[in-house]
Design a binder for this molecule. Structure first.
Ligand SMILES: [Zn+2]
Length: 470
């Protein structure tokens, strides 16, 4: 009896299926349910599965703090669209998105065009810089497409090049030992072990066809091309992230860095070589002596390598300006002290985590800043001044990488991510012109940019500060 009933039901069900086989056509457009921003991704969720052809990245409009931000790629998966931005956003950024008008369901119904605010689930932090330069070297957040990562392992090929009018006469193993171990040790220490640079060198001089005196700064890319071609029969470029070419000591005093934005990609051993530097015998301070190697040239290698990680130059001055805007507080300004990087740079490179940057919003922030040479709880306090400018407060102490600095104290500087000319300007504690007087001592304060920074006390190696709006 039971069995018969079951059979009847099955029959009925199969009839039912037959009836569903001719469904009503889907005329319901897909409805957007949510938009969640997290780092460089925005995930859009819809009410139904989508046609995979949602339109090109340029058809998606993303505004971060009201400023248009490039979309790098768009991928549809089921009901979701994953929109990848050219740069990451942080937790305090306002993100809105207008999806492409071509978003449709699988039946071809077009989603209604809308602009909506994304829920921001990004790492905690505050950042100007989203309106900054879209790629390459800048004070904006790092662009992963056009710069090397400051975290993890980098394999760098070290080539040595000379010229008929400036032949190489140094022992290359000795020169390598003089230049590279200090460079890699500096990056290891400054990054708290987060960046590990492995260098592989070719112990032979590679002859460049042009005369050295005809090649100036900015025109050194042909040296890289020629050195790679000359090295290729003897050197395996597999897995190499960057190539650094060190010139003979009388070859040139210029040094350059080349990033994919403004240099051709060279392929050797199946590896795309997109990042390179040329290290001339740049003297730190004075003119080099003919026939002598600048003893601290490794600090120039630190500077040029940091360009490949996305850091800009900080030494430019306007005509009539006697003091550089950053002076001796960062290797991108003047590397001669082998000093540490600004906290802002260490954040950009991923050596500090976003929570180590405290942000001033409406309420005053009081915190103990640990020196940038240490990885403490609070490395810096930032006050956002506009979409692309911030005021940053950090502590500097004469120890570790900063042992050669000429004073201790709290450094206050402005960061402008929208420019590569003087993107950072230190707010000097005393009158400009006295380099050692830049930092603020306990009991003093900085007042400017609508902000008050009070240096309250020394706490261990650090400084207790209070930052408020005026
Ligand atoms: Zn530079």
């Amino acid at each position: 009896m039971r069995l018969a009933l079951a059979v009847t039901l099955l029959v009925a069900l199969s009839f039912g299926d037959a009836a569903v086989a001719a469904p009503k056509p889907d005329r319901t457009p897909p409805v957007i349910r949510s938009a969640i921003a997290q780092g460089a991704n925005i995930t859009l969720s819809y009410s139904e599965s989508l046609d995979p052809r949602a339109g090109p990245p340029s058809a998606f409009e993303v505004l971060v703090n009201g400023v248009s931000t490039n979309v790098r790629s768009v991928a549809v998966q089921g009901r979701q669209i994953r929109v990848r931005l050219a740069r990451s956003v942080w937790s305090d950024d306002a993100v809105t998105i207008a999806p492409s008008e071509r978003v449709r369901d699988r039946a071809g119904n077009r989603a209604r065009f809308s602009r909506l605010a994304a829920r921001n689930a990004s790492p905690v932090g505050c950042s100007p810089g989203l309106a900054g330069k879209p790629s390459g070297v800048s004070e904006a957040l790092r662009d992963p497409e056009t710069t090397l990562s400051g975290v993890g392992k980098l394999r760098i090929a070290i080539l040595f090049a000379d010229f008929a009018d400036a032949p190489g006469d140094e022992s290359l193993p000795e020169l390598y030992d003089q230049l590279l171990p200090p460079t890699t040790a500096f990056f290891r220490t400054s990054s708290f072990g987060r960046l590990s640079i492995e260098t592989v060198f070719l112990p032979r001089w590679l002859r460049i066809s042009a005369a050295s005196r005809t090649i100036g700064a900015g025109g050194q890319m042909p040296i890289v091309l020629e050195a790679i071609r000359a090295a290729d029969p003897f050197f395996d470029f597999s897995g190499i992230d960057a190539v650094e070419v060190v010139l003979s000591r009388d070859g040139s005093t210029a040094a350059s860095a080349y990033l994919p934005d403004f240099a051709p990609t060279i392929v050797a051993d199946g590896t795309r070589l997109r990042f390179s530097t040329v290290i001339g015998n740049a003297a730190l301070g004075n003119e080099p002596t003919a026939g002598a190697r600048e003893p601290n040239l490794w600090r120039v290698i630190v500077h040029e390598t940091a360009h490949l990680l996305g850091l800009p130059d900080l030494y430019q001055t306007l005509p009539g300006e006697s003091l550089e805007p950053v002076g001796s507080w960062d290797p991108m300004a003047s590397p001669e002290l082998a000093q540490d990087f600004l906290a802002w740079h260490k954040l950009k490179l991923g050596w500090f985590d976003p929570p180590q940057l405290r942000c001033l919003r409406s309420k005053p922030v009081e915190a103990t800043l640990t020196p940038v040479t240490e990885s403490g709880q609070t490395a810096a306090i930032a006050v956002r001044l506009s979409n692309d400018r911030a005021l940053v407060v950090e502590a500097r102490r004469r120890r570790g990488c900063d042992a050669a600095l000429c004073s201790d104290g709290v450094l206050v500087y402005e960061v402008d991510a929208s420019t590569s000319f003087q993107p950072i300007t230190v707010r000097h504690a005393k009158e400009r012109g006295v380099e050692c007087s830049a930092p603020y001592a306990v009991g003093t304060s900085y007042r400017g940019d609508g902000v008050l920074v009070k240096i309250l006390a020394e706490v261990g190696d650090g400084y207790r500060v209070r930052v408020s709006r005026q």
